[in-house]
Design a binder for this molecule. Sequence first.
Ligand code: NDP
Length: 334
Amino acid sequence: NRRFLLARRPEGTPVPDDFMLVSEAIPTPPPGGIVVRNHYASLDPAQRGWMDDVESYMPPIPLGDPVRATTVGVVHASDNSDFAAGQWVMGLNALEDYSVAMPGGFTMPIDVTAVATPSNFLSALGAVGLTAYFGLTEVAKPQPGETLLVSGAAGAVGSAVGQIGRIMGCRVVGIAGGEQKCRRLIEDYGFDAAIDYKGKDHATLVAEIAAAAPDGVNVVFENVGGSVLEAEVFTLAHHARIVLCGLIAEYNSPDKLGLRNLWQILARRATIHGFLIADYAHRFAEGGAQMARWLAEGKLRADEDVQEGLENAYPAFMRLFSGANTGKLVLKIA
Ligand code: NDP
């Protein structure tokens, strides 16, 4: 059982020595538990936060433990009558070949017969797709004709948010890094306008967003933070809603960035709403069914960036921070 351990807490950007790949015996199920052979693991920006020893919505990954990750896999051995060996499941496990799981937590059976690949349960049909779905439909509640601005727009969450925004009748503007990603926003995901944030100073970024949103931005779906968010607040319409989903610009920054220009929130009577997908776990079946329908109808496109091998977990994970990933970043383990 190869396991990708957190050997020490990264300072700023993670380096290879922060992790260690070890090999141990395959575990046996504890009373009432199961052992899952992991096939695919989700690589998420959130994992970077779980590596820090700070108070958050989840405890930090203990040093010496494998890096926590959502995985999909097959029950290898079971001491639980609800889970038979050979059955596909997803759950919050770790970057390792085999995980011990206690059903009742996040472990749930999945039906892989209706999907192109089981990794779809880590992208469109998993937490990422549902983050886009519930964050937009339940928190932001955009109205047809409103302007939706999405940062990190070419990524897994962002590309789904933009497409759902289009389905809901919004004008959708995306912010992403580089010309190629901006082209994909328009051509592949149907955004109305795309803005490349790289190498732009504050005034230029504000001017470009304002030009793409002539009536002001009604809803911001924020995945990035930092200088991108600081520019966005100057383009808000009155009573705009900002869904604070992620702040990837500061995950590797030892000094958290904060938000200057907070006065713009006040002057424009805007709202910032922190959002965590975990709060919608009880509605995953409902959201997943809607996402599956849109996928089947061809209204939604969900790209995956599948990297191979547990031994490549470090370089694969770093693709999230260099922007190399094109779609939901997944590590194929088995
Ligand atoms: P993505 O597929 O969007 O990958 C990360 C992308 O972030 C990169 O491709 C890169 O795109 C961009 N990025 C990386 N570093 C920076 C930087 N310093 N400044 C600006 N952009 C940067 O990942 P996900 O879709 O999985 O996650 C997107 C966001 O959603 C994250 O902030 C994540 O934490 C959040 N999230 C929140 C959840 C919640 O419950 N609140 C649940 C799931 C995700 P580019 O090339 O455009 O720079």
